[in-house]
Design a protein around this ligand. Sequence first.
Ligand code: NAP
Length: 645
Amino acid sequence: MIDPAHAIDRETLETADLRVLVMCLVHLTGDLRWLEAPFTPARDVRLVADPRAGFDDATRDAIIDAVMEQISNGIPAPVIDRPDPELLHRMMSVFLGENVPGEYVAMTMADMGLVERRPPIDAALPVPDVLIVGAGVSGIALASRLIADGVNVRLIERNADLGGTWFENRYPGCGVDTPNHFYSFSWSPKPDWSRFFSPREEIHDYLASVAEERGVLDRTRFGIEMVRAEWNEGDAHWAVTLRHVDSGETWTESTRVLVPATGHFSEPHRAHFDGEESFTGPIFHTARWPGDVDLDGQRVAVIGTGATSMQLVPTIADRVAHMIVFQRTPQWVRPVAEYRDTVDPRTAELFASLPWYGRWYRFGQSWRYGDGLLRFLKRDPEWPHPERSMNRINDRHRVEMTEFITSSLESRPELIEHCVPSYPPFGKRILIDNGWFETLCRPHVDLEVTPIARITEEGVVTTAGTLHEVDVIIVATGFDVVSLDRRVNLAGRSGVGLSDVWEPRDPRALLGISVVGMPNLFVMYGPNTNMGHGGSVMWMSDTQAAHIAAWIRKMAEERIDTVEVQPDAVERYTDEVDRLHDELVWMHPGTPTYYRTEEGRVRSPMPFRLVDYWSRTQTIDEDAFVITYLSEPSHAELAKEHRHG
Ligand code: NAP
């Protein structure tokens, strides 16, 4: 009996997703009859699946009755708590109502915690110490793993608190647009998310609690930034110059392994406009939201219509006297029914108490927000309308979203031509309608599509000469995602810097992690590892963290001194990335996107399916690296020498 005092009653079960309950029954009872008709859920490819899963009333009652019977005297330990890969595969397929390719099983087993974690590294081995720069999602993911492995890990964080982007972005309405049960670490589920898409405060609190529980907080020094790191050939260490943000005091520390985990969205791309210094009111970027700004009753300009603006504008609309939104390019936007919904506290009880409920629910979310979309983002060479869409299905997305936009703007039909994009759907990061169009229809909100010419004392002037008088200007112009070399000042082997290794704005790294000329350096959330077609940043961070942790273990166990990726391996990998991107929507010539550099290379999103990236990170391709060993040879080293004759 694992929980005799649970609070799950029939009413609670009636709030459940029935396809998840069926899986719970398999675990609880060990009876595979639950995987057969009439208990097989209907396939449902929508982002928000119908919790009734296509069952008729009688079947639904039978499922709920069976769970009630199982838990009537308390919640029993599951009969099947470690399904083997074959059974798990069958369950995944039944759960989704489709034939899930076998390649997803290993990834799902890892996500469900079915893979045994290795014990800490033997402390007698030469375990390299690790310095992580940044205590955001990536830094927390890696540090959590390394601490469990017994690695001496230190973190520095320039901010006064952890959380990275979730600490820095405090604009009203800031929150996540990937469902939280997937936008969280698989090894640290939170059963009581208040919403399916939570506000930033809750995500920040979640990260803080993970960091505290896993000992990351104790290893983090706040208010410290890395000024520069130099690779020292003599002792094979990085000499890292650090600076107290407040006092300006600098000093140098040494580390064998350095991990820049400085994030993708940490440097605002703050658009500047002629004359803006003359503006008499507040003007600021959304990621630098001033604590004291008062928008109540003000005339407000918002520049930019990306994800940030779409969350901000509807949130502040009620408070302002007038709002003018400056749009350069329209966005494809889709509605997501659950976006504002709170999680019923009874459902939270299921996540907390019913074994396997959370894991299967998460699997459903990860599948819906996973790889399914990628193939529809590929160019079909036979498709007769390449200017507007990539293929037939992508064109159907265009029709559906156009209908949505058109019907949402019924009361302001003159806006329709400005709000329906000409480029293919998903060409820019797809956005969630968060009351966006409803807000644009409000009488005190205007959309301006004429470009901005300058900013004056009184407000914003367009190239048509119209002055929009405002009291506050909010610059929602996004982030500089590709200039990692400007964020991290490194001098690698022979003093070569990141900007020397990379052409201007052309970052490249094996798996987005290993950079040429930078020994014992692992980058997190590096080039081409942003989530383009689906996935969650928490998933990506954890996938990279597992890969880097495997490297650290290998370095200890094989007495490795240095690892350095070979240039030709990075070149081959980058060629593959470019080749795949050539076919994908982000290279569509009509699509302006921050995913692509000015030089025309897609350097933000990953072109692979999640399962492909995950599989690649599961092994270490030694041939792609130059490896040197500590002086005393290990068994592996001797064996390797022997192998190479
Ligand atoms: P963004 O998507 O890059 O949008 C920036 C907006 O500013 C675009 O509309 C852009 O127009 C406009 N802009 C840029 N420079 C301009 C200029 N000089 N003059 C006029 N307009 C200009 O930035 P974001 O909205 O901050 O979002 C960035 C990323 O952060 C998102 O893609 C997402 O990955 C992440 N994010 C996530 C969430 C979430 O819910 N999880 C929320 C917010 C942000 P063009 O389109 O013409 O370039």
